[in-house]
Design a protein around this ligand. Structure first.
Ligand SMILES: [Zn+2]
Length: 359
């Protein structure tokens, strides 16, 4: 009897420990680019990752990673199938669900792929990410092209969310996808009227995946990528504008070859510096313009990030959170066409200042 109940306790403890230690894989994407492709996995908490094996027979290199305690839902299952069936002449990714974890296998041709780098990062809204960067050999040593002066730069407005993905739901009966669309269209009009070459990641209410947005940006290719969003917080008083820029130094690379140096931080590059410059110019401009209508507007400042669309684009990229839909006052403002126009004016002025500086 005693042993029986002890046994039961052990089983219960073991079960609850498993539930506690399980880590849901929330999203995965394969961002394709000209210089590198990025295979990204988002988790609820920092996952463990082990390199199980590396086989090298000159023509093909095979890397096998294992991430224990990972659980997968149906939505992610569909994303896995999409990536498993993605065709590339240079490499193949196999995502295998194993009992108690996830196996990720890469097979690549070293004549075309320079190497695969594994890094971890903190994503926006407290998720943890692991990114496998597949560096293309042909252009791995080239610097990013910031010279837009010889041609009419393509400006890509990334209108956040769409279709079944409504984004944040406002306290005043409006959704984030409607707000980003209205402001994006106003910004497009302004830019086109002033001779800019403008593109949108969506021009109607349809769902566009983050990987599709970055693919469009990289192969357009856009000179500048501006992602429009509206914020949400459990704290109803939270308000203000904040701007994120892509900073790749936030990626902590794993060094599997040298166990002592478990994580190494990657170096800053030219593109990150430019992202910071553009973010500061546009943020300042949009804040000042919006403050004319909303004098209490809070400046939540410019912040660094390397997640979601900002991880997958190869050009100067920023993401602006234009206000909080969870704040009743700001929700009404964001729904007001006059305030939307002032936000669009602010972004437009910032873009103009940036390109004038380049000239
Ligand atoms: Zn959003």
């Amino acid at each position: 009897m005693y042993f029986k109940s002890l046994y039961k306790i052990i089983i219960v403890l073991n079960l609850s420990f498993n539930l506690f230690s399980q880590n849901p894989l929330t999203k995965i994407f394969l961002h394709l680019g000209n210089c590198e492709d990025k295979f990204v996995c988002y988790f609820n908490k920092n996952p463990q990752i082990k390199l199980l094996s590396k086989k090298d027979n000159n023509q093909k290199i095979e890397l096998l990673f294992f991430l224990p305690e990972i659980i997968i839902n149906e939505e992610v299952d569909n994303l896995i199938n999409k990536i498993n069936s993605t065709k590339s002449n240079y490499y193949k990714i196999f995502i295998l669900k194993e009992h108690g974890g996830l196996k990720i296998k890469f097979i690549y041709d070293p004549a075309f792929v320079y190497k695969i780098e594994v890094s971890e990062f903190d994503a926006i809204s407290s998720f943890k990410g692991i990114v496998f960067t597949i560096l293309h050999k042909k252009i791995v040593h080239e610097k990013p092209n910031l010279n837009f002066l010889n041609f009419k730069p393509k400006i890509l407005i990334d209108i956040g969310h769409g279709g079944h993905d409504c984004g944040a739901k406002g306290s005043c009966n409006v959704t984030e996808k409607e707000i980003t669309y209205s402001i994006g269209k106003k910004l497009q009009k302004l830019l086109e009227k002033n001779g800019f070459n403008v593109f949108l990641t969506r021009d109607n209410d349809k769902f566009v995946g983050l990987d599709e947005r970055t693919y469009f940006a990289n192969f357009l290719p856009a000179a500048i990528f501006i992602s429009l969003h509206a914020n949400f917080s459990q704290n109803k008083n939270a308000s203000g504008i904040e701007t994120f820029y892509a900073d790749h130094s936030l990626l902590n690379s794993y060094n599997f070859e040298d166990q002592k140096k478990y994580l190494i931080r990657q170096k800053n590059n030219l593109l990150d510096e430019n992202n910071k410059l553009v973010a500061n110019i546009i943020h300042q401009s949009v804040y000042e313009e919006a403050k004319k209508i909303n004098p209490d507007l809070i400046d939540r400042k410019v912040k660094r990030s390397v997640s979601q669309v900002l991880l997958g684009t190869e050009m100067t990229s920023i993401l602006i959170e234009l206000g909080f839909l969870s704040n009743s006052k700001e929700c009404l403002l964001l729904s007001d066409p006059k305030y939307q126009q002032s936000l669009a004016n602010g972004i437009f002025n910032g873009i103009k200042i940036y390109f004038n500086q380049l000239n």
